[in-house]
Design a binder for this molecule. Structure first.
Ligand code: C2E
Ligand code: MG
Ligand code: MG
Length: 558
């Protein structure tokens, strides 16, 4: 009784099968689950008469294998259950022997492992697929790439590993929210899938980065056709909730054979090449090439280092005094940036400014210069030093839409700085790039009391008509002419010409690079009003300026 109850209620299918194929016992759990009454099992001459035909062959085979071996026999079978669904059963069969050691039949134990199997499948999916876009993730991509490489080596075709990073995605995410960002990623995935062939692989590596594996290419040209199609497909505007978004992709590509390496290196090289594509202006692809990519990478790393330097306050401004050459009085200073590099020491702008040209850091650093200079200017004015301060601003920064507005806001934070104390120097060559735009910004800035100087004047071939249209107050004569003017007639004529020109247009002149007292007096004789140079003072930290001034006022040039 008790044994019967135990057998019937065990959460397993349990049966005993005779050598003739007739069931001598089958428990209630199994009968109920299968929806077959116990009697039907027991009266059947062979149990397969009761089971669906589709599974009888494999069941009989398992029975036979069990009888032929010692120890338990395990198998998995899908069986149709009474609930209308197929369930996966893990069946353990054990041969039963009589006292003489002769087989009399087998015991079957069946456990329902359907849920376990489903769960394992889900885990497998999570481990290998991206949840948002439902395409392979980095792990599965690496696996596919490995297989593709082996295939390629045997078949002799070409394989391209593409590393794809979206341009402008961060902006969408930041301004429109993550939901819109997710929609963009889903749509981009859909477009990539629609563009590549069925045996190619797309994977999402994370964020807005994807990898695409192009297989079975016969020539490198075939690859470029596919890449152009990809770029084209991605760059069409994407509509989300009635709004159009523009994204594009920068793609780095490494080829096998050619870039004859393992899967990891191929992907890494594609990643590096992607940076080159970004640097070359985005919305394009770049084929990996060892030499140029090393250069691009070191440039990229240098830029990252500069961005860090801004955060960790490694930049400083030094100030070079500017004097009225007729009265010898200090009138102001020019702020010149320095990088106080922890290992390399104090670096001049020529050693790092080139690297940020055209990057967002150019504007960020320029903003820092403005803020820092204004703070210093306020300190001087509060200390009773009525100085002018000149700052150097790059043309690109000057041409940003909100330049004058941002400058105004910054000035409002320093009410102690009198109007006309701040002057912006822009390179003559840069100002000529876009005269209407630069003039407009200059006008806006002049309205808030900020003056302008054309720096390195004489190097930019300004024609008289241009000069008339640029509303600047000051021309800074380039130091190359000043340095040469004592022995070079041509340089002397240019300096003379600029001074006359400035006078005719009502502009001030500042001579740069006044290295000696002799030059100083020659310039005064020629009618130049202001001067700056090593002969007067080198650029110095703000703290040193009062001591220099005291010395200069007591005994200039000594
Ligand atoms: P610049 O605006 O024409 O500045 C004059 C440069 O000549 C400075 O070099 C200054 O140190 C140097 N100098 C001054 N007097 C003499 C002299 O008597 N002899 C010689 N040989 N040189 C003299 P620095 O500081 O290396 O700056 C170089 C350039 O870097 C600047 O030329 C300017 O175009 C740029 N720069 C400097 N600071 C900034 C900045 O904060 N922002 C931007 N955008 N550019 C800057
Ligand atoms: Mg300057
Ligand atoms: Mg200059």
């Amino acid at each position: 009784m008790l044994f019967q109850a135990i057998l019937d209620n065990a959460p397993l299918g349990i049966w005993f099968l005779g050598l003739d194929g007739r069931l001598r016992f089958v428990n209630k759990t199994f009968c109920v689950a299968m929806g077959i009454p116990e009697e039907r099992f027991l009266v059947a001459a062979h149990y397969v008469e009761v089971l669906p035909q589709s599974i009888s062959a494999s069941c009989i085979r398992s029975d036979e294998e069990c009888m032929a071996q010692n120890g338990p026999h395990q198998s998995q079978e899908w069986l149709p259950f009474a609930d209308g669904k197929d369930h996966l059963l893990e069946i353990t069969r054990v041969k039963v022997l009589d006292r003489d050691g002769l087989p009399i039949g087998l015991i079957g134990l069946a456990a329902d492992v359907t849920q376990l199997k489903l769960h394992a499948k889900q885990m497998e999916r999570i481990a290998h697929f991206d949840a948002l876009t439902d395409v392979p993730n980095r792990v599965l991509f690496a696996d596919r790439l490995q297989q593709a490489l082996a295939h390629c080596k045997r078949g002799g075709s070409i394989l391209a590993v593409c590393y794809l990073d979206l341009d402008g995605f961060k902006l969408i995410n930041d301004t429109m929210g993550h939901e819109a960002g997710d929609q963009v990623l889903i749509e981009v995935t859909r477009r990539i899938k629609a563009t590549i062939r069925s045996d190619d692989t797309i994977a999402r590596l994370g964020g807005d980065e994807f990898a695409v594996l192009l297989q079975g290419l016969r020539a490198a040209e075939e690859c470029s056709t596919s890449l152009n199609r990809l770029l084209e497909a991605i760059s069409h505007p994407i509509e989300i909730k009635g709004k159009l978004f523009e994204v594009s992709a920068s793609i780095g590509v490494s080829l096998f054979p050619g870039d004859d390496l393992d899967a990891d290196t191929l992907l890494r090289h594609a990643d590096q090449a992607m940076y080159s594509a970004k640097q070359a202006g985005k919305n394009r692809y770049h084929l990996y090439d060892a030499a140029s990519d090393r250069r691009a990478r070191s440039h990229h790393e240098f830029l990252k280092r500069l961005a860090i330097a801004l955060v960790t306050k490694e930049f400083e401004l030094h100030y070079q005094p500017k004097v009225d050459m007729r009265t010898l009085r200090l009138v102001g200073a020019e702020a010149l940036i320095r990088w106080n590099h922890p290992e390399r020491g104090l670096l001049a702008p020529a050693e790092f400014l080139y690297a940020i040209e055209g990057t967002t850091l150019e504007v960020e650093l320029g903003d820092w210069v403005i803020s820092t200079a204004l703070e210093q200017l306020e300190v001087w004015h509060r200390a009773g030093l009525p100085m002018e301060l000149s700052i150097n601003i790059s043309a690109r920064h000057l041409q940003t839409n909100d330049f004058s507005w941002k400058l105004k806001r910054k000035l409002l934070r320093h009410p102690h700085i009198p109007q006309g104390s701040l002057q912006i120097e822009v390179l003559e060559t840069a100002a000529l790039e876009d005269i209407p735009r630069v003039s407009e910004t200059i006008e806006h800035c002049r309205k808030i009391g900020v003056g302008f100087a054309l720096d390195d004047f004489g190097t930019g071939y300004s024609s008289l008509s241009y000069l008339g249209r640029l509303p600047v107050d000051t021309l800074k004569i380039d130091q190359s002419f000043i340095r040469g003017m004592l022995h070079d007639k041509g340089d002397r004529a240019i300096v003379q010409g600029v001074i006359a020109l400035a006078r005719a247009f009502g502009r001030r002149t500042v001579a740069e690079g006044v290295e000696t007292e002799e030059l100083f007096h020659a310039l005064v004789a020629m009618g130049c009003e202001y001067g700056q140079g090593y002969g007067i003072a080198r650029p110095m930290p703000a703290e040193e300026l009062p001591a220099w001034l005291e010395k200069w006022n007591r005994a200039p040039f000594r």
